[in-house]
Design a protein around this ligand. Structure first.
Ligand SMILES: [Zn+2]
Ligand SMILES: [Zn+2]
Ligand SMILES: [Zn+2]
Length: 310
């Protein structure tokens, strides 16, 4: 394991510990004070812990070598973890929303003082994100700088969002402490949290599904790759082009490049030249380092009836 990986892991463990401590405090305080907003924030912390857990697992698994049977390695465990934990977070959020609607209809008494103290600790204690979020947003372990930036960006949004929501709860707690009849600000906080939770997880979910569905990563235009490969001298056609991610940031490519038949102008030199040029385009221009390119000699070569009787 590289030193950066080890440092990231240490940070993640610290962040996980801090988050878990705050989660326990907020869970107890939320139930005790009757504040749904505090309870929502505690579940938000739980989702952060899940995110850290995924990142820790991913750091561990990505350091594991591929095996004969799992020749791609274990990177997609990260994707599965992201999908499962995001789904659980959405279920929790739906439950909180349901409860918030109930509370608007039938307000429950809230202990504003306990809520205020807990929220104040929460605002002060948001070091968990400074420490962890940049290292801990799921899918950070990929090497592609473009995607890394996206995740650092969303981690920054996360930190700001966390702080703003804590301040929101603090203000609401102050209002309820001052005037205990104004309990509706509490479920309103939960509504705002829920929107924030969905906004911050929707991209993670869609990125994860894109990987699972073997989608071409957003930063690569498959039509442009096709055009560039077809423009290679000696290539008459390109088909069976597939570009996909083994995990976020690890792109693979397969393609068939068709060259003229032996009778016309084919030779081993042409074969090698075509292959070299195609690989160069894929590797240098598109930074795809895991490519498999097959040369079909003549348009009928790739499924030759003599070789392959259908
Ligand atoms: Zn957070
Ligand atoms: Zn390369
Ligand atoms: Zn073919």
């Amino acid at each position: 394991m590289s030193p950066e990986n080890r440092a990231a892991r240490r940070k993640l463990w610290i962040a996980t510990g801090l988050c878990f401590a705050f989660f326990c405090v907020e869970l107890v305080a939320g139930i005790w004070s009757g504040s749904l907003a505090i309870l929502s924030d505690s579940f938000h912390l739980l989702s952060d812990i899940a995110g850290f857990g995924i990142s820790l697992t991913a750091l561990y698994l990505s350091s594991q070598p591929a095996t004969d049977r799992h020749s791609f390695g274990f990177h997609r465990a990260e994707i599965i973890g992201a999908v499962v934990s995001t789904f659980l977070i959405w279920v929790l959020t739906a439950g909180l929303l349901y409860e918030a609607v109930n509370r608007l209809r039938d307000p429950q008494p809230i202990d504003g003082k306990i809520m205020f103290i807990t929220a104040a600790i929460g605002v002060g204690g948001h070091g968990h994100d400074d420490e962890g979020a940049t290292a801990a947003t799921p899918l950070i372990t990929n090497p592609a700088p473009k995607i890394l930036n996206i995740n650092v960006h969303s981690a920054a949004i996360h930190v700001i969002g966390d702080l703003l929501s804590s301040i929101g709860v603090l203000i609401s707690a102050g209002i309820i402490w001052y005037d205990p009849t104004k309990t509706m600000v509490d479920p309103i906080c939960t509504f705002i949290f829920s929107i924030f939770v969905v906004l911050t997880t929707v991209r993670l979910m869609s990125n994860s599904f894109s990987v699972l569905m073997e989608g071409t990563p957003a930063h690569i235009d498959p039509a442009a790759v096709l055009q560039d490969l077809r423009a290679v001298p000696g290539v008459t056609d390109v088909h069976d082009l597939h570009i996909w991610s083994m995990t976020v940031g690890q792109v693979a490519l397969v393609a068939h490049a068709v060259t003229p038949t032996v009778g016309e102008s084919f030779s081993a030199d042409v074969y090698n030249e075509v292959l070299l040029k195609c690989r160069e385009i894929v590797c240098v221009k598109y930074a795809i380092h895991h490519s498999t390119i097959q040369i079909d000699v003549g348009p009928d070569d790739h499924c030759n009836p003599r070789m392959c009787r259908r």
